[in-house]
Design a protein around this ligand. Sequence first.
Ligand code: ADP
Ligand code: MG
Length: 476
Amino acid sequence: MKVTCESVWNNCLKIIKDNVNLQSFKTWFEPIQPVMLDNSVLTIQVPSQFFYEWLEEHYVTLLRKTIKRELGEDARLEYRIVVENSNGNSNPHTIDYPNYNTGNKNPEVSMPLVIGKSIKNPFVIPGLKKVQIDPQLNPAYNFDSFVEGDCNRLARSAGFAVAQKPGGTAFNPLVVYGGVGLGKTHLIQAIGNEIKSRFSNKTVLYVSSEKFTNQFIDALKNNAVNDFIHFYQLIDVLLVDDIQFFANKDKTQDIFFHIFNHLHQGGKQLILSSDRAPRDLEGMEERLLSRFKWGLSADLQIPDFETRIAILEKKMYADGIELPREVVEFVAYNINTNVRELEGALISLLAQASLNKKEIDLDLAKKIIKNFVKSISREVSIEYIQKVVCEYFDVDVEKLKEKTRKRAIVQARQLSMFLAKNYTKNSLKVIGKHFGNRDHSTVIHSCQAIQNLLDTDPEFKDNVSDIKKKIQMSIA
Ligand code: ADP
Ligand code: MG
């Protein structure tokens, strides 16, 4: 078979796939295109400068080894970087992103215990039985629109397992917990929607804890507590959002405890969400807490960079929007608090762009995102870092840009690069420019050298923490 750049790259991809996690593979390797093979030099095309630097910083060893395996010891890799057209009159390069609707998206979760068939409900009031209950679900919150990542894998797959067999797994109750905007409501509603579509005869109900509490208070006022209880006892799949709201509401907890027991004994499914782990819930009755621990508690974490890119891409795809790759990377890199803010940033980007009738390029994105991330506006400059470091070591700033190999200067130079990388959002290329036009690989090397020193030399570490304090004071 003829060896082509495609065949070589395909073989490389097979190896790479086994060595990185799926999300990283999709983010950093699928967008790469092989373009040329010249003896043992393989040229690959990457979508941006940032992308290239990321590969060089995080995957260079893997890439090198893999290519050597395919093309022999002399193998070399060269990059071609697609430069976005910033004047906006021609299409920027677009990338085919992974399609999340296909593939092995729902890994098996082991189910150690299967609960028996449901028991007939003895409490149903006859007339109520035929009442159709609206599940109160938002159809947009489904599994397809919920991007999977390391941050949510357990919760998502447990949720998916529950949706296949509501009431029939050990995950009962399933408690999904995590900070605001991390996808609790989305995920539990996705479970509800999935169950509704699989088992149309099941009565599914989503309710926030606040609504549940208010309904109960109304029932108390109207002498209708029994109706309230009976209504909830009709449900096959009960989704209760934000149960931390029950804290210190003894009567509500009491009634919820009885409903919980009734449903659980009847083999009905309970799915709860909370802003913290059940063990950390305060103001909650012990007997209720112990019920929450019967099933499975799974947390949602802040998505990593790759997952943030995937979430943005998913939203853009759903809304039919295209943005330059570097803009997506910029947003994903800078908004690292939660998914809601990530979406907020995307929305304000689009709003501003349509208001100003302007294409969104990196400059515009930077301006808009600045309002979102206070730290960007308070970012220190590379010059400032150089000044602080040089004052500390009593070195002339200009020397950092020269070729001098004197130990004290080399160290000040490397440390300034290291801090510039950690305290600013500049690319390695830009950082290198500030040090007498050094290239990005010098910056990577410097950062590694400093990290080694930090790990091995306690005195140096103390010096660095003094310097860091000085820098931090200027941004505080
Ligand atoms: P929470 O209930 O934890 O505060 P939400 O479920 O309301 O968070 O999520 C906030 C927003 O982020 C919603 O618009 C939701 O669709 C979106 N979101 C959260 N996690 C994901 C994910 N993994 N994939 C896609 N969208 C997500
Ligand atoms: Mg919520």
